[in-house]
Design a protein around this ligand. Structure first.
Ligand code: ZN
Length: 410
């Protein structure tokens, strides 16, 4: 049998002094990603309202799609038959898929956002968002849930998630993990870290099997996901234990995802604990961040890539990112503002359209409003991370961080 194509690698370039932050290059079968990199989210194999060609033009190096959504619709078999996610969506570049665990469980308990950035003081393991019914139940083997589309019952296990993600064919996949919230107790977090570890072993085993079975497909890298909430000992132990996992034929995780519940003020510390423990030569992905101050802190502490749905989600609600912070373009004061939304921005929207026009599009409920604002917000975030990369390579990261965050107001 021919050896599987393992054209996945990570090369480290410049490093920050005395910290884990670094610049590097991830090579995948569908192309390279210069890191640190922001990975825009295309949940259902599309960045909502924007053409893939436009995403390329604004500098997106990869997109991340959701296994849960693509499993329900159109189904991984169809994406596989189309030649994999990148080809199916006419992206022709690197792609990521998440495991589906986040959606299965967050939609299941009715929490929209699990990386709750606000402090919480009530701890309970059985919390459901107000007005929602429980749609998912977790046990040691997997998760049973109801589809948010039609209420039909489904079950995800580590093996099922691996099967779906191999079918989707992204270059970088994530192991199926149990998601917790900040509302969970310490006891539950411990249990969940153990469960995620057991599931990680099952993911590696199944991934190893599928990689051989599908050796005629491009190599797909698998990242483990680190849980452990805000507890330093749990995070460190989770990293060490995941690092030690091997498949029967010696398959290791190709990289790591830092996930789970965390509070904004803990972000740097948590990423730092994980990167103390994780092997230096493998890439680290931070799940679900896009605010400038969070990106700086994550990069500084060793994260290489990030994804977040926010730049496009808030764009569809008329919120615009600029160097000074965020503002809403649909407020009255922009009715006669014939300047670009951000005159320091190099995106297509800012080169060609005015605030007054975009304001009008939102008021008139025109689809183009979402397109133009998404282009700008995605470009804003991608460009910021590109400039952070330049600043690491150029040796002026601290100055760039200081200067950017001095102007930025949340
Ligand atoms: Zn712009």
């Amino acid at each position: 049998m021919a050896a599987p194509d393992t054209s996945f690698s990570f090369t480290i370039g410049a490093r920050l002094e005395d910290r884990h932050g670094r610049a590097g290059v991830i090579e995948t079968p569908h192309g390279r990603i210069a890191t640190p990199a922001f990975i825009p989210v295309g949940t259902k194999a599309t960045v909502k309202s924007v053409l893939p060609e436009t995403m390329k033009e604004i500098g997106a190096q990869a997109v991340l799609a959701n296994a849960y959504h693509l499993y329900l619709q159109p189904g991984p078999d169809i994406v596989d038959e189309a030649g994999g996610l990148a080809k199916f969506m006419n992206w022709h570049g690197p792609t990521f898929t998440d495991s589906g665990g986040f959606q299965v469980m967050s939609l299941g308990v009715g929490f929209k956002k699990v990386i709750a950035m606000e402090a919480v003081d009530v701890r309970s393991d059985d919390v459901i968002a107000k007005g929602k019914e429980r749609l998912a139940t977790v046990d040691d083997d997997g998760v049973t849930f109801r589809s948010h589309l039609d209420g039909s019952r489904h079950r995800f296990t580590p093996e099922v998630s691996m099967g779906i993600q191999h079918g989707l064919g992204a270059d970088i996949m994530f192991a199926f993990d149990e998601l917790t919230t900040l509302l969970n107790t310490r006891e539950y977090q411990e249990k969940s870290v153990r469960r995620t570890h057991e599931w990680a072993q099952r993911c590696i085993d199944e991934h190893e099997r599928l990689t051989v079975e599908r050796a005629h497909h491009p190599y797909q890298a698998l990242f483990a996901v680190i849980q452990g909430a805000q507890y330093e000992d749990l995070r460190r132990k989770a990293c060490r234990d995941l690092e030690a996992i091997r498949g029967a034929a010696g398959t290791e995780f190709d990289g790591y995802g830092i996930g789970g519940a965390l509070e904004k003020h803990n972000l740097g510390a948590i990423v730092g604990w994980c990167c103390d423990e994780l092997p230096e030569h493998k890439p680290r992905h931070m799940l679900g961040i896009s605010e400038p101050e969070d990106i700086f802190v994550a990069v500084e502490n060793g994260a290489d890539t990030f994804d977040c749905v926010n730049p496009s989600r808030v764009a569809r609600n008329a919120a615009i990112y600029v160097a000074e912070g965020r503002f809403n373009i649909d407020t009255r004061r922009f009715r006669r503002d014939f300047t670009p939304i951000d005159d320091s921005c190099d995106c297509y929207t800012c080169a060609n359209y005015t605030r007054a026009y975009i304001h009008h599009l939102f008021k008139a409920k025109e689809m183009l409003a979402s397109t133009l604002c998404t282009i700008h917000n995605e470009r804003f975030t991608i460009r910021l991370v590109d400039r952070i990369r330049d600043s690491i390579e150029g040796g002026y990261f601290d100055e760039f961080k200081e200067e950017t965050l001095r102007v930025w107001k949340r």
